[in-house]
Ligand binder design. Structure first.
Ligand code: PLP
Length: 399
């Protein structure tokens, strides 16, 4: 008698998620992503998009996508490794490296694929990955795909990192290669990795440094050049700067940036790059146009910081705890999960779209609303959001 059932557990698991209130309820965006949007048929102020500079709707970016699509077609026809490596992809690689003032970049289909494809190739048996405990899931998955040993250090805790590295030196036989992996901007708290200190510790041990700057690109550094520029670090100090075109750049795609050796190594090894289709030419052209915009229109980066400072000051004046944010990601701490959900529901009912973040994404007592601001929000929109936060926060006893 076979008791096995091929798929029954799918429904059971989904029902468990629903019972425990851990399921995603997908909201439907019915307009372009902008400072205000139509979501589930309702006009809302958008405060949870990654489109920090509003480049998703920038005319130069949109037109570049249309023109390249007309000229080169909807798809690249192949993987880049075979017959889909268009001149536009090569141009994007070069333009990004130039923007980042680095010898070379290699662009991927997404940031997730850049991490998942690159990381497991960097270290093998006899090597070690050392990872911040709050690193993004794509780093975690990349590490899991490798045969290297792994060690975790406490979030941004440099004493703990030094301890882990000392421990690693006792390994017998000695590790051949050690990589320290960290997010640049941590996406739940908006805080920055202490990259100069990480670099210093890495140097003492001859370790590589890999930073995932998904939320820092287009936001940090001169003209949005990212975290390596922000901290004035060299390419021989941060060996891999990984990033994405799906956040501030407003399109989609990922990259790794560093030495020529890194690029040549990676496109010969990373399976997500070798065995998956190239991004459409329109996407590559739109990403190039986004770099153009960053190089020629510095006002967008300036505006997102002005808006972020206005909103952060408003939250602080109202008595909200906003954690340790250093970026346009602002966590508004609520305590228990239910408070964050109730506040998000209240805000939604008043036309403010934000994301509640709770266990298991963050510790149980650290539920929060994650607010993300963009360059095109008006002061009126931000003030309306602040007023609504204050009403909701007072009703729920958060402030
Ligand atoms: C969003 C994100 C990614 C994934 O980037 P995509 O281009 O959206 O796949 C990777 N790492 C971090 C830290 C991110 O926030």
């Amino acid at each position: 008698m076979v008791t096995r059932h091929p798929t029954k557990y799918l429904g059971e698991e989904y029902q468990r998620l629903v019972r425990e209130n851990l399921n995603w309820e997908l909201k439907v965006l019915e307009s372009a992503s902008g400072p205000t949007c139509i979501v589930n048929g309702k006009e809302v102020i958008m405060l949870c998009a990654n489109n920090y500079l509003n480049l998703a709707t920038h005319p130069k970016v949109v037109n570049a996508m249309i023109e390249a699509t007309k000229k080169y077609g909807a798809g690249a026809g192949s993987d880049r490794s075979i017959a889909g490596n268009m001149a536009l992809h090569e141009e994007l690689d070069r333009r990004l490296a130039k923007f980042k003032n680095a010898p070379a970049s290699l662009t991927f289909q997404t940031g997730f694929m850049a991490n998942e494809g690159t990381i497991p190739q960097l270290a093998d048996r006899g090597d070690l990955f050392v990872s911040d405990e709050l690193n993004h899931g794509s780093i975690i998955d990349g590490v899991r795909l490798s045969h290297a040993d792994r060690a975790i250090f406490k979030h941004k805790d440099m004493e703990d990192l030094a301890r882990v590295m000392e421990e690693a030196e006792k390994h017998d036989p000695p590790y051949k290669h050690i990589w320290i992996l960290t997010d640049g901007v941590f996406s739940m708290d908006g805080d920055l990795a202490p990259l100069p200190e990480i670099v210093k510790i890495a140097k003492e041990h001859g370790a590589g440094v890999y930073v995932d700057d998904a939320h820092g690109e287009g936001v940090l550094g001169e003209g949005g050049r990212g975290i390596v520029n922000h901290f004035h670090l060299g390419r021989d100090e941060v060996h891999v700067e990984m990033g994405t075109f799906s956040k501030a750049f407003g399109v989609i795609g990922g990259h790794i940036t560093g030495s020529e050796d890194l690029r040549n190594f990676t496109f010969n090894k990373a399976r997500s790059w070798l065995l998956s289709g190239a991004v459409p030419p329109g996407v590559a052209a739109a990403c190039i146009a986004a770099i153009d915009v960053l190089e020629t229109e510095p006002q967008h980066v300036r505006r997102v910081w002005e808006n972020r400072n206005h909103l952060l000051d408003g939250f602080k004046d109202a008595g909200f705890d906003t954690g340790n944010t250093e970026t346009p990601i602002i966590p508004v701490m609520c305590g228990k999960s239910k408070k964050a959900k109730d506040l998000a529901d209240y805000l939604w009912s008043k036309g403010i779209f934000v994301l509640p973040i709770f266990y298991p994404m963050v510790p149980r007592e650290k539920a929060r609303i994650r607010v993300q601001v963009c360059a095109k929000h008006t002061v009126e929109q931000l003030d309306k959001a602040l007023e609504t936060f204050k009403e909701g926060g007072r009703n729920l006893g958060i402030i």
